[in-house]
Design a protein around this ligand. Structure first.
Ligand SMILES: C[C@@]1(CC(=O)O)C2=NC(=C\c3[nH]c(c(CCC(=O)O)c3CC(=O)O)Cc3[nH]c(c(CC(=O)O)c3CCC(=O)O)/C=C3\N/C(=C\2)[C@@H](CCC(=O)O)[C@]3(C)CC(=O)O)/[C@H]1CCC(=O)O
Ligand SMILES: NC(=O)c1ccc[n+]([C@@H]2O[C@H](COP(=O)([O-])OP(=O)(O)OC[C@H]3O[C@@H](n4cnc5c(N)ncnc54)[C@H](O)[C@@H]3O)[C@@H](O)[C@H]2O)c1
Length: 253
């Protein structure tokens, strides 16, 4: 049998989860669009510097400035704003297309990744519509075809998710960190990954959400023998695969 591999379907975007934590991002313009971008950046722990005249600030952006959630420069953009070599990303959200294009060209000269809101040819990356539930983030992109459609699809996806999915993922994260302490070696990698996948498949979201640190410790005892007990077995201190006498002899009289 010849092996079959996925067909390439060009024309998409490379969707990645950019680790912008503690990195400097310049936001130029402080209107409604900037408000959304700034929230996304702060949610990703970026260090945001905002350049925008105070009189044009949207109330949400003014609130971020007041609370010192962003570093603030009260004036229009100047080319020297791009001199800092630590700038990882530039976002513009200004109502001045000519100024936007100047900023885009300067960013390209300096090889800084940039998004010029509403000008797709002047974007190294697009934004998307994002659903967030704790550690879970889902981004929908229509690749420039229909931003409003991205919003509609994102809401539809979010409505279809179990309400506790974010909590379940948080618990799985805690379990994985404990597992890495218990079995740290690189040579353990394949066994670790296989065991974690099996736990995620075997346990319901409700089980995962209900998992407390002591349950995790009990569950991890099954890692050595490479077994997956049920949630009830973990809670009752039972071993998987071992017959536990329940007093019924398996039938009722
Ligand atoms: C997803 C979202 C994220 C965000 O901005 O954070 C986002 N736009 C959002 C909303 C939105 N934007 C527009 C409308 C009016 C209705 C409509 O046109 O549909 C609405 C709806 C609204 O306001 O409700 C107008 C618009 N936007 C762009 C153009 C230019 C063009 O198409 O040429 C025009 C037309 C201007 C004109 O016609 O004159 C361009 C881009 N907008 C993108 C992202 C990138 C592609 C994303 C994708 O295709 O998936 C891209 C390419 C570049 C970028 O900006 O990154 C956010 C929704 C977040 C949410 O609600 O969840
Ligand atoms: N992609 C999207 O999601 C989307 C959606 C709607 C609008 N837009 C576009 O994004 C842009 C911004 O929209 P908005 O609603 O936030 O506009 P806005 O008018 O509310 O805000 C513009 C901001 O830019 C500031 N500004 C203008 N020139 C500046 C300069 N040279 N330097 C620094 N700051 C400057 C203004 O003071 C103001 O704070 C517009 O071009 C709009 O068409 C994009």
């Amino acid at each position: 049998m010849p092996e079959s591999f996925p067909e390439v379907e060009g024309g998409g975007s490379l969707i990645v989860a950019w680790q912008i934590r503690n990195k400097k991002v310049l936001v130029i313009g402080g209107g409604e669009v900037a408000a959304g971008r700034i929230l996304n950046l702060l949610n990703a722990d970026a260090k945001v510097t905002l350049i925008s005249p105070r009189e044009g600030l949207n109330p949400e952006v003014a609130h971020r400035v007041e609370r010192k959630q962003v570093e603030y420069i009260d004036r229009v953009f100047e080319p020297s704003d791009l001199d800092d070599p630590n700038i990882s990303m530039v976002l513009t959200a200004i109502d001045d297309p000519a100024a936007s294009t100047v900023i885009w060209k300067l960013c390209k000269e300096k090889r800084i990744a940039a998004n010029i809101a509403d000008v797709p040819p002047e974007c190294d990356f697009y934004f998307g519509s994002v659903h967030r539930d704790g550690p879970l983030q889902i981004m929908v992109s229509t690749n420039g075809n229909g931003p409003k459609m991205a919003n509609i699809v994102r809401r539809r996806i979010a409505d279809s998710l179990p309400p506790n999915i974010g909590d379940a993922i948080k618990k799985v994260g805690a379990l994985r960190r404990k597992l890495r302490v218990l079995a740290p070696g690189n040579d353990e990698g394949p066994k670790r990954m296989q065991w974690m996948s099996k736990v995620c498949l075997a346990w319901s979201l409700e089980d995962l959400c209900a998992m407390e640190p002591e349950d995790m410790d009990a569950l991890l005892e099954s890692y050595g023998p490479n077994e997956i007990p049920t949630f009830d077995q973990v809670r009752l201190g039972e071993k998987p695969g071992v017959f536990q006498f329940d007093g019924s002899f398996g039938w009722y009289i």
